[in-house]
Design a protein. Structure first.
Length: 308
């Protein structure tokens, strides 16, 4: 996790590249075939802007804008979100520009990425009884600010921040989500320091009964304020390093006994019990497989040549 006053390097990525990365890293294999992706939602938008939110049911979206917002705030920045099963990305970066009036003004950007699915866990002799499943996931990223000049108005200081949140549970509404964490950076940190730290969540369920609308969601938001040309700011919340699903830790019955012989199925066909490989690991495995195949072919060709 990085918290700093230094502006990070450019993190805009080509939408095509993001889509390809999502396909490469978001797919799992079951019996040698790619498992279907969970229905995912991605949204990126400027609030207070006449530009409608950019949304998609899966894949990536990006809202890049500059100029004046609905309330006349001169600003520029980008909001990006990508969603698939096991891999979520979101980032928001916004800067305010000088304007003739010295009164405070601000701009705000936000992005949300999530995946949602239904799944069922069952075990012999436990159908219809209560159980718990512990899942894990990791969200990594950075929050940063850059300020130019000294603000004369307290509203400008409070309107300059970068924030990251996650929510996990059953349902996607604010009242339905069981657990959530918020991390805010405005020169000092407040909230739970969850970036780069493995998170675990315990879900109650009934063996043999479908768990509907299980959801993991991440949201980034960035707010920057200005006062004419005497105080300007840039805020960036960058979770494009990914939120990665880590699979099941354990399943327990109503007596708190660990259950090993359980079965699992999901509406999408994705296997929640297993972690999604880190991109670097997946790449290394693919490269190793290609190298091994090439080496075997070279040996075979060499052997054929020696017999000739």
């Amino acid at each position: 996790m990085k918290l700093s006053n230094a502006l990070p390097g450019p993190h805009l990525q080509c939408l095509t590249l993001l889509s390809l990365l999502g396909i490469a890293f978001g797919l799992q294999t079951e019996g040698g075939h790619a498992a279907p992706l969970v229905t995912a939602n991605a949204e990126a938008a400027y609030l207070g802007s006449e530009t409608p939110a950019q949304t998609a049911t899966s894949g990536s979206v990006m809202d890049v804008d500059s100029g004046n917002g609905e309330f006349g705030e001169p600003r520029s920045g980008d909001n990006m979100a990508f969603g698939s099963f096991g891999v979520l990305r979101a980032s928001s970066s916004v800067s305010v520009l000088p304007r003739s009036s010295s009164s405070p003004y601000a701009a705000f950007g936000t992005s949300t990425a999530s995946f949602q699915d239904d799944f069922l866990i069952d075990a012999p002799g436990l159908t219809g009884t209560a159980g718990t499943v512990t899942v894990r996931f990791t969200i990594d990223g950075s929050l940063s600010l850059e300020k130019y000049g000294s603000a004369a108005y307290s509203a400008s200081q409070s309107s300059t921040y970068a924030q990251a949140t996650y929510a996990i549970g059953v349902g996607i509404g604010a009242t339905d989500v069981t657990a959530s964490q918020r991390l805010r950076y405005d020169g000092s940190t407040s909230g739970t320091p969850f970036l780069g730290v493995e998170q675990q969540y315990v879900l109650n369920f009934i063996f043999g009964t479908t768990v509907n609308d299980f959801t993991l969601r991440i949201t980034t938001s960035a707010a920057a304020a200005g006062e004419g040309s005497t105080y300007l700011s840039t805020a960036t919340a960058d979770l494009s390093h990914t939120a990665v699903w880590g699979g099941f830790v354990e399943v327990r019955d109503s007596n708190n006994n660990v259950v090993n012989g359980y079965s699992f199925s999901s509406s999408s066909g994705a296997d929640f019990t297993q972690p999604i490989p880190e991109p670097t690991s997946a790449t290394l495995v693919a490269l190793a497989g290609t190298a091994l195949l090439g080496r075997r072919r070279l040996r075979k060709n060499a052997g054929t040549g020696s017999k000739a």
